[in-house]
Design a protein around this ligand. Structure first.
Ligand SMILES: Cc1cc2nc3c(=O)[nH]c(=O)nc-3n(C[C@H](O)[C@H](O)[C@H](O)COP(=O)(O)OP(=O)(O)OC[C@H]3O[C@@H](n4cnc5c(N)ncnc54)[C@H](O)[C@@H]3O)c2cc1C
Length: 452
């Protein structure tokens, strides 16, 4: 007998789990199908293990600074193998929490790779299921095709499973994933080189942050190769040889492919229901996550809108609230705060300066300063903060920061942006002293007005 559900979700990652649980709370009978591990990319190959590696790498800063504050610290050593064992145990713990959350919500858990037979039928192994509504939340995976040999190097999935820190480490691609691993492995002791086609890292971020993160990482000893045209990568006995189109060849022990990610839309049977894909193979949806096929929805990285965990979760909940909760909830992707866990870190929300200028007259407030702790240790490290303000209304349109705790600080400031904060309200806010964040309420003179 074919089992019937109000909702079948394909993919038990951040988005799929959140949508399924919320639909069940609204009274729907839900099944979620997962072919690997509940929790998906974020828990097993993304945000969580990456942040655990970032924590490991940050200890280096503490050791470096300790002497200036009166401590004597002996030689410190990092065992990636010990970290790896502890990380694996932690991820198993988190996966069981995800499973429990689904079970407690009375969502049926089905293991296996799902294939769509029709808009209302799904096959998993030799089992067939039917539903009133189908939600596709299958996420994405690393892209492998930019040039010959790229499929032989490591992806972020593999990097997070290393048991030793590579000596000569190259990163191809300067998006946030590439820059984060570059920065972390430099702190862990690797000689790091980053190769990117562009002029600056972190395409899409505010230009002032992009320039300053390059400067900071170069100052920390990373080699950044911009406008780099890679011809191929060849595996050698010692590791890899990276060949550039200008004839240069460079040897590395480990190379990370951080050239981007592609949505998981193949091997799903989507062609059987005539689903529209975008040119980059993502499922095309509207602000309600509806595809053009009635009763078929898609959320998260498979739609390639803003590929972040909290976004996948918010899209999933908005879908469930609209379809099963009777609450009209479109989801808009503006004003989503995001972080880059480099050292120094980045936090950003709202419009970049360039985006604001496209909309109209803009005023920029910015400040660059040396944080107290590193100044005390006589290190030349700078923090940078910036407010992008609408010249007509005084509304703050964008908030950007590079420096210690930027991700934590930007989360709080994102609330004020969401509430349409004005620059005057920043000025009226009393500082918390002595902090880095107080600089945000102490910038009284603009650095430029556009137009002047
Ligand atoms: C290295 C890295 C670092 C990241 N860091 C951050 C960060 O710091 N902050 C942040 O917000 N985001 C981060 N992200 C992005 C974040 O992980 C994703 O945006 C998020 O996981 C997307 O959730 P999702 O539900 O769309 O997909 P996923 O979490 O990828 O889940 C999709 C699930 O579908 C399953 N699946 C696929 N096909 C099938 C099938 N046919 N049948 C059954 N199951 C199937 C997969 O096994 C997977 O479990 C990072 C990503 C990476 C790779």
């Amino acid at each position: 007998m074919i089992q019937h559900f109000d909702l079948i979700t394909i993919g038990g990652g951040s988005g799929g789990v959140a949508a399924s649980r919320r639909a069940a709370v609204h009274g729907a009978r839900v099944a979620v199908i997962e072919k690997a591990h509940f929790g998906g990319t974020c828990v097993h190959r993304g945000c969580i293990p990456k942040k655990l590696l970032m924590y490991a790498s940050q200890f280096q800063n503490g050791f470096d600074l300790a002497g200036a504050f009166g401590w004597s610290v002996g030689p410190a050593q990092f065992s990636m193998s010990d970290w790896q064992d502890a990380k694996t145990a932690e991820l198993l713990r988190l996966e069981s929490i995800y499973r429990d959350m689904l079970q407690n919500a009375k969502v049926e858990i089905i293991r296996g790779a799902a294939e769509v037979i029709s808009a209302k039928r799904v096959r998993v192994g030799d089992r067939e299921l039917s539903c009133d509504r189908l939600l596709i939340a299958t996420g994405g995976r690393p892209a492998m095709t930019a040039f010959p040999g790229l499929d032989q190097v490591l992806t972020s999935d593999d990097i997070l499973n290393l048991r030793t820190v590579p000596k000569r480490f190259a990163v191809i691609g300067a998006g946030y994933i590439g820059m984060e691993f570059a920065s972390m492995f430099a702190k862990l002791g690797s000689d790091v080189s980053v190769f990117s086609r562009g002029q600056h890292p972190l395409k899409g971020f505010d230009q002032d942050l992009r320039i300053r993160i390059s400067q900071a990482l170069e100052q920390a000893g990373l080699q950044l190769f911009f406008h780099a045209a890679i011809e191929s990568v060849v595996q050698t006995k010692e590791g890899y040889m990276l060949r550039l189109q200008d004839g240069q060849s460079m040897p590395f022990d480990v190379i990370l492919n951080a050239t981007g990610r592609v949505p998981n839309t193949d091997h799903l049977g989507l062609e059987k229901i005539g689903l529209n894909l975008t040119p980059d193979a993502a499922i095309s949806v509207n602000s309600y996550s509806e595809t053009q096929v009635p009763d078929v929805y898609a959320i998260g990285d498979v739609t390639n809108r803003k590929n972040l965990t909290p976004v996948a979760i918010a899209e999933g909940r908005a879908f469930a609230d609209t379809v099963f909760g009777g609450l009209d909830t479109p989801f808009h992707h503006d004003q989503v705060a995001t972080a880059v866990f480099t050292d120094p870190a980045i936090g950003t929300v709202g419009l970049t300066e360039a985006q604001a200028i496209e909309r109209g007259a803009t005023v920029i407030y910015a400040s660059q300063f040396r944080p107290m702790a590193t100044t005390f240790a006589k290190r030349k490290e700078y923090s940078y903060i910036k407010l992008v303000v609408d010249a007509q209304t005084d509304q703050v349109l964008g908030i950007h920061m590079l420096g210690p705790d930027a991700p934590e600080i930007i989360q709080s400031l994102a609330v004020s942006l969401r509430a349409n904060v004005t620059k005057r309200q920043f000025d009226q806010t009393v500082a918390v002293h002595p902090t880095v964040a107080e600089e945000f309420v102490l910038m009284h003179e603009p650095v430029r007005r556009i137009p002047a």
